[in-house]
Design a protein around this ligand. Structure first.
Ligand SMILES: Cc1cc2nc3c(=O)[nH]c(=O)nc-3n(C[C@H](O)[C@H](O)[C@H](O)COP(=O)(O)OP(=O)(O)OC[C@H]3O[C@@H](n4cnc5c(N)ncnc54)[C@H](O)[C@@H]3O)c2cc1C
Length: 618
């Protein structure tokens, strides 16, 4: 019996952990059989990724230390706990990233690297790890799990891209893959195929790559060193990738941030940095997380979000599928958010009123007569941000941000428990709540915001305005905001820092494109105009995550986990958070359970199929 896992990032790694957890648990009959009776079934696990297995593409360890994880070290794990809604797999506890970084990593060879050693010295539960340190954790988990595999389980790693998987019905699947060190594809037979591909990039427009326009890709994939000192750079997008650019161009090129006597952060240039002109749809970064402390807050005393109340609400509606977001949750949320906002504003003597739409989009369609007016608006917005960061428990804005994060967590748990009335309800959540909650509750870490504020004050970074446009010229680019009169700037380079992955209808991934083209996979129906949200999900069965073909057949030998089937796995784009009951580990446990059931039914299917296998690369 052979399972092929496509994608060696955290999810692919977790599927293997879930399989080995079963293989080592004496409560599993098959495990006893293997141990006691000698008639061991053989389980072959083949995992494919062109990037290092464990870390995968996002968390690979050859990237700049200035690219960081937005999630705190204590909120990141690959191990299960009692809150994970498992599909029969055992709970196996293990360290979070914070525990690993404090207790285990200092004794590993990676601690000999000066950058890692420095980071490990500073680590705390609230530390935002560099992506490469995070990748070392995932890799460590993979190695631990591999070492714990019993002798009837064989794990083979392939540094390779899977370009096709064919086969329907009960026949083994034929996998075609291209190893990174070869120019010929190879094939392998597998009884079950698990797609754990993460965010797959969209195809690039033909004209989007040349020497001066760097396409929308992970910052780690862009030749940022090509941009010379003093160059002018237009940046579209103010999300995580924009902050990666800032890290690379300023501290990454030798600049330093220091506080002056009044505590204000000052940037000391190295002379090697470019000048950045940046904008986005809203013209402002997402609201920042709080300064120097926990990025989660004490459980609110608000009844709707108290942990017992959330659990009781889910229990009350379990199996009845009659909870509505629009009637049961949203009005209660708005009423409570309004009360929190007004009470805190009154307490601080601030003359501001609660307007949900304005919190989510501070410019709210306003046009600006000139750059001075726009800059004055930013100043005011940044002052509010600093109040939120430095006094989060008193700030009216933070009070609402916190509640939006709690509402998102509550709806995710309720969706995983399947208690909402209908799919239409869930689409309302995806279309209206989640983007707003992401803006309010998933912004940059506070130190990244503070650095941006310093760089902007000192003229190294200019925010251009909302609805950013960029036009190619003979000698570079013009960037401007149609909502800020006179905002045009000329730049020599253009860096696309906006999201350009996850739109499956134009995916660059040959495997998924092939499935869609042949009708072996379909897109989940979107309940809203296609352009309202850029990301699509494959249609899969909600319980077992099997893809559904164009003619409605359920392909039981394939399982799709993570972002590619994100509509069925709330919160698919986020890490596994300890004790959150989130969908990440629930999904990987489903994939392992599908493999396990197949192993019980047909332990030798692929081996007996009589089709020659290629040699595996180990
Ligand atoms: C730039 C960026 C920053 C992020 N920052 C955060 C953050 O701060 N906090 C957070 O919680 N989450 C963050 N995320 C979300 C992140 O995707 C998840 O936390 C997590 O990595 C998802 O794990 P995964 O295994 O599902 O996907 P991934 O980590 O994306 O792994 C999928 C793997 O599949 C491989 N793959 C894809 N197609 C194929 C194929 N055809 N053949 C072989 N291999 C293939 C890829 O190379 C990749 O390594 C970020 C994502 C990105 C892109």
């Amino acid at each position: 019996m052979r399972v092929a896992i496509i994608g060696g990032g955290p999810r692919g790694t977790s599927v293997i952990e879930r399989l080995i957890a079963r293989a080592n648990d004496p409560n599993f009959a098959l495990t006893r059989l293997a141990r006691d009776d000698g008639h061991a079934p053989e389980l072959h696990i083949d995992i494919f990724d062109p990037y290092p297995i464990g870390a995968g593409q996002v968390w690979r360890n050859d990237q700049s230390p200035w690219f960081i994880n937005n999630t705190s070290a204590r909120n990141n794990t690959l191990y299960t706990d009692a809150e994970v809604p498992l599909d029969g797999g055992p709970v196996v506890t293990g360290p979070s990233v914070a525990e690993w970084a404090e207790q285990i990593a200092p004794a590993l060879p990676l601690a000999d690297d000066p950058d890692f050693a420095r980071e490990l010295r500073d680590v705390s539960p609230w530390h935002k790890p560099s992506r490469r340190l995070q990748g070392e954790y995932f890799h460590w988990v993979f190695e631990q799990v591999r070492a714990q595999a019993p002798d009837w389980v064989h794990i083979t790693t392939h540094r390779a891209t899977v370009t096709d998987v064919r086969g329907t019905g009960i026949d083994p699947q034929v996998l075609t893959y291209l190893p990174t060190d070869a120019d010929q594809t190879q094939t392998l037979l597998a009884d079950v195929v698990v797609s754990a591909q993460g965010f797959v990039p969209d195809r690039l427009a033909d004209d989007s790559v040349d020497g001066t326009a760097l396409p929308a890709r992970l910052a780690a994939d862009l030749p940022l060193e090509r941009i010379p000192a003093g160059a002018s750079v237009a940046v579209s997008g103010l999300g995580a990738t924009f902050f990666d650019f800032i890290g690379t161009f300023f501290e990454g090129r030798g600049g330093r941030f220091e506080r002056d006597a009044e505590g204000t952060l000052i940037y000391h240039p190295s002379g090697r940095e470019p000048r950045m002109f940046a904008g986005s749809r809203s013209g402002l970064p997402h609201r920042s997380q709080r300064l120097n402390g926990p990025d989660q807050y004490a459980a609110p005393s608000i009844p709707l979000f108290a942990p017992e109340a959330t659990a009781a609400l889910i229990e009350e509606h379990r199996n009845r599928h009659d909870l509505t977001f629009v009637d049961d949750l949203w009005p209660a949320f708005l009423a409570q958010a309004g009360t929190v906002f007004r009470t805190r504003a009154e307490h601080l003597g601030l003359d501001v009123d609660f307007e949900w739409e304005r919190l989510v989009d501070p410019t709210l369609g306003r046009d600006f007569a000139n750059a001075d007016e726009w800059n004055a608006f930013i100043e005011e917005h940044f002052i509010r941000e600093f109040i939120s960061l430095s006094a989060p428990d008193a700030s009216p804005w933070t009070g609402v941000h916190q509640l939006a994060g709690h509402l998102r967590a509550l709806t995710e748990r309720a969706r995983i428990a399947g208690v909402f009335t209908s799919e239409a309800e869930q689409r309302y959540i995806e279309r209206d709540l989640l983007p707003a909650a992401n803006i309010l509750a998933s912004g940059p870490p506070s130190f990244r915001f503070e650095r941006l504020a310093a760089l902007r004050r000192q003229g190294f970074v200019q925010l251009i305005g909302p609805e950013l446009r960029v036009r190619a010229e003979d000698d570079g680019y013009t960037a401007w905001s149609p909502r800020v009169a006179g905002s045009e700037v000329h730049a020599q380079y253009w860096l696309a820092g906006h999201q350009a992955w996850g739109t499956l209808s134009k995916t660059e991934d040959a495997l998924l494109a092939g499935w869609l083209q042949r009708g072996e996979a379909t897109l989940a129906p979107l309940g809203w105009p296609a352009d309202a949200r850029n990301v699509h999900s494959l249609a899969v069965t909600p319980q077992r995550l099997h893809p559904i073909t164009e003619d409605g057949t359920v392909l039981t030998q394939r399982v799709v986990i993570g972002c590619v089937a994100g509509q069925y796995q709330p919160g698919a784009g986020q890490a596994a958070v300890p004790h959150s009951g989130g969908s990440f580990l629930a999904g990987t446990d489903i994939a392992a359970q599908v493999v396990w059931e197949r192993l019980i039914d047909q332990p030798h299917a692929a081996e007996n199929a009589g089709i020659a296998e290629s040699n595996s690369l180990v």
